[in-house]
Design a binder for this molecule. Structure first.
Ligand code: UDP
Length: 314
């Protein structure tokens, strides 16, 4: 691939986006970031501000933009991503997944660039089968408190697919399962950030419901590896990306208390409506076609994340 690739990353100041910029910029000719900084943070990109290869536009992809630069890949990540953020900004979330995706697809077309969509395990809703494979259509409540995110990403997938079939665009989709790691915002409300923040400050650990619900957590490095493999894949396709090690939220809390040597005690709060009971990616397609294999076990990833939180947020 060499150093001649030009990337446009929407949402590039966010958690996944800024980690992706760090990864891509060494081998890229140009990395352009669009972000409206609603949940992203420019500090995540500080070290690139004086790099000629890097360009930042404070722009909301919900509004059209004409770019003069040549672009090879449009990587569309812009969206609120945590339940806390998307339920606080429901209309914004719907617009970035719908209008924002159409605008990003339009940029791809005009620039003859490949398109990548960051989709989500949320499109499976509260799944009735486990693990979830790419052919599963999901169990989604269109009117529920998570619907602004689920439906915006489902629309984004449908839009990508329509541009692939109608305009012969190269368009790929990653359904990203619960990702965690350095550069998460400590107040984004997600379970890993909440538990680490609470544990290192010896505050109560808030388990929603009885904690028997499961998730499968992917360390950011593994998620980025999956994204890169999809970016380099020759054909348009959809893949689950994540880690298929599944644990309960109770187990996650114990692990984080142990790793931080915290004195926190556990308290239970109401389970949010429509909170998925289980979530685990079927990775067989990504393994077979992309050669994808997550490498970070939960303990290793949590240790790195805790270290980063201790340095940056305590
Ligand atoms: N959760 C929790 N305590 C918290 C935050 C979240 O028990 O302080 C639970 C939440 O109810 C869900 C799981 O942890 O069952 C994962 O929540 P998160 O917001 O990280 O993402 P989700 O997978 O629901 O999109």
């Amino acid at each position: 691939m060499g150093g001649s690739i030009r990337y446009l990353i929407t949402g590039g100041a966010g958690f996944i986006g800024s980690n992706l910029v760090d990864k891509l910029i060494g081998n890229a000719e140009k990395v352009i970031v669009l972000d409206n900084l609603l949940t992203g943070n420019l500090q995540n990109l500080d070290k690139h501000q004086n790099n000629d290869k890097f360009k930042f536009y404070n722009h909301d992809i919900q509004n059209p933009i004409e770019l003069d630069e040549e672009i090879d890949h449009v990587v569309h990540l812009a969206s609120c991503a945590s339940p806390f953020a998307y339920s606080n900004y429901p209309i914004n979330t719907l617009k970035s997944g719908s209008i924002g995706t159409i605008n990003a697809l339009g940029i791809s077309r005009r620039h003859n660039a490949k398109f990548f969509l960051a989709s989500t395990s949320e499109i499976y809703g509260d799944p009735e089968i486990t693990p979830q494979h790419e052919n599963y259509w999901g169990n989604v409540n269109t009117l529920g408190p998570r619907s602004m995110y689920d439906e915006s990403k489902r629309f984004a997938e449908a839009a990508t697919q329509s541009y692939v079939t109608t305009h012969n665009l190269h368009g790929s989709i990653a359904r990203i399962f619960n990702t965690y790691g350095p550069k998460m915002a400590f107040d984004d409300g997600r379970v890993v950030t909440n538990f680490i923040h609470q544990a290192i400050n010896n505050q109560d650990i808030t388990i929603f419901g009885d904690g028997s619900q499961t998730r499968s957590f992917s360390f950011i490095e593994d998620t980025l590896d999956g994204i890169m493999k999809i970016l380099n894949h020759e054909s348009s396709d959809v893949f689950n990306i994540g880690n298929d090690y599944e644990i309960t939220i109770n187990e996650l809390a114990s692990k984080i208390i142990h790793l931080t040597k915290s004195n926190s005690k556990i308290i239970n709060k109401d389970l949010p409506i429509d909170d998925p009971k289980q979530r685990k990616p079927d990775l067989s397609k990504a393994r077979k076609i992309l050669g994808y294999e997550p490498k970070y076990d939960l303990e290793t990833g949590l240790k790195e994340t805790i270290g980063w939180f201790q340095e940056n947020y305590k």
